[in-house]
Design a protein around this ligand. Structure first.
Ligand code: MG
Length: 358
């Protein structure tokens, strides 16, 4: 075996972090050298026992003070989410942080010339221009982990971006249940993908898909008007690319986040599948246009992508606030787009969304 790759998992106690560690158990070519958490010290201790990292980072000061150190170095404080990247011996960074807190770490990893496996979509959306510019300057490769973007990445292998006519992002369809005021537990139960709380709310409002339109614009350098969203309730086709000659490539697979994680970790090779195989017997695939009247967040995102500059960052921030209100039971799910619109309009910038009913 060639030399093992030292990997740091940013946000290892979150949903994606835990799934990536699950995959890493079967990839001996990697050594997990660093784990980080915001405040989930309990889960971190369990992970330390299994993976025996060289160091850990606990972003939250109070949680850090409760932590019992062992054989590893311990860094306490949010600034170490990027500082540790400069100090420690790392080849590869898996960024599974949630929210814009991931921007600093992404830039630190790029500047330290580490390979990046990117599962932190908010940082790509809010600071995409800066991140891609730095990645180009430093010659760093950013591998997408988001299932749709992994699908597009796979469809584009061996192709030229100039020959792409359109990217088609699939979407499981937003909240369709009949409850008047659905609670987070009910959303988590109904979700096709196993995901964290914030992204589950974003999926219900279609803001997640909107952010993914901007993420695709950033990663693949295509204008948002060339990125279409299609509802596909079965979540089997993970996304598609239409080329100039009318030919379409799609990537299909079981609805399991561990597959795009495995793809990014094994890239450019392919490794054994950990989940069940997709069966074609009785497989029916449906596609339809999204109802944008019902899900205005999608329009907000297209508008932010069109305006560019700091506008996607404003959108991400407004969404983080609105989702937090919902998770704290202060507003209903249907109020999320209303709050985003209000916060956005409050900036005084002409966003072109005043006429969109929310
Ligand atoms: Mg996704």
């Amino acid at each position: 075996m060639s030399q093992r790759k030292n990997i740091l998992i940013l946000g290892s106690t979150g949903n994606l972090g835990r799934q990536s560690l699950d995959i890493l158990k079967s990839l001996p070519e990697y050594r997990v050298v660093g784990l980080t958490t915001n405040d989930n010290v309990f889960e971190l201790q369990k992970q330390i026992k299994i993976f025996k990292p060289d160091f850990v980072v606990i972003a939250d000061q109070e949680a850090g003070s409760r932590f019992k150190a062992g054989e590893h170095r311990v860094y306490i404080g949010e600034e170490w989410l990027s500082k540790a990247i400069e100090r420690e011996k790392i080849d590869c960074v898996f960024n599974a942080l949630s929210g814009v807190v991931g921007i600093e770490s992404t830039l630190a990893a790029i500047r330290a010339r580490k390979q990046i496996l990117m599962a932190n979509k908010e940082s790509l959306v809010a600071a995409g221009e800066i991140i891609m510019k730095e990645a180009k300057r430093c010659g760093v490769e950013i591998l997408p982990v988001d299932s749709e973007h992994s699908a597009i990445f796979q469809c584009l292998i061996g192709e030229e971006i100039e020959e792409v006519d359109e990217i088609i992002l699939t979407c499981s369809g937003g909240y369709r249940g009949g409850e008047k005021n659905p609670q987070i537990d009910s959303l988590l139960k109904k979700s096709k993908w196993k995901m964290g709380r914030k992204i589950t709310v974003d999926s219900a409002t279609l803001m997640n898909k909107g952010l993914e339109v901007i993420e695709a614009q950033v990663l693949f350098g295509l204008l948002a008007k060339k990125i279409e969203v299609v509802i596909h309730p079965e979540a089997i086709v993970h996304s598609m690319v239409r080329f100039k000659d009318g030919s379409i490539k799609a990537q299909l697979g079981p609805t399991d986040m561990r597959l795009p994680i495995l793809y990014a970790l094994a890239y450019p090779e392919r490794k054994g599948v950990p989940g069940k195989e997709l069966s074609f017997s009785n497989l029916i695939l449906n596609f339809k246009k999204p109802n944008i009247k019902k899900f205005p967040c999608l329009i907000f995102a297209y508008q932010a992508a069109k305006i560019g500059g700091t506008m996607p960052a404003v959108l991400v921030a407004a969404d983080e606030i609105a989702v937090e209100y919902y998770l704290k039971n202060k507003i209903r799910l249907q109020d999320v787009p209303k709050i985003i619109k209000k916060l956005w309009m409050g900036t005084g910038i002409n966003t072109g969304i005043s006429s969109i009913p929310a």
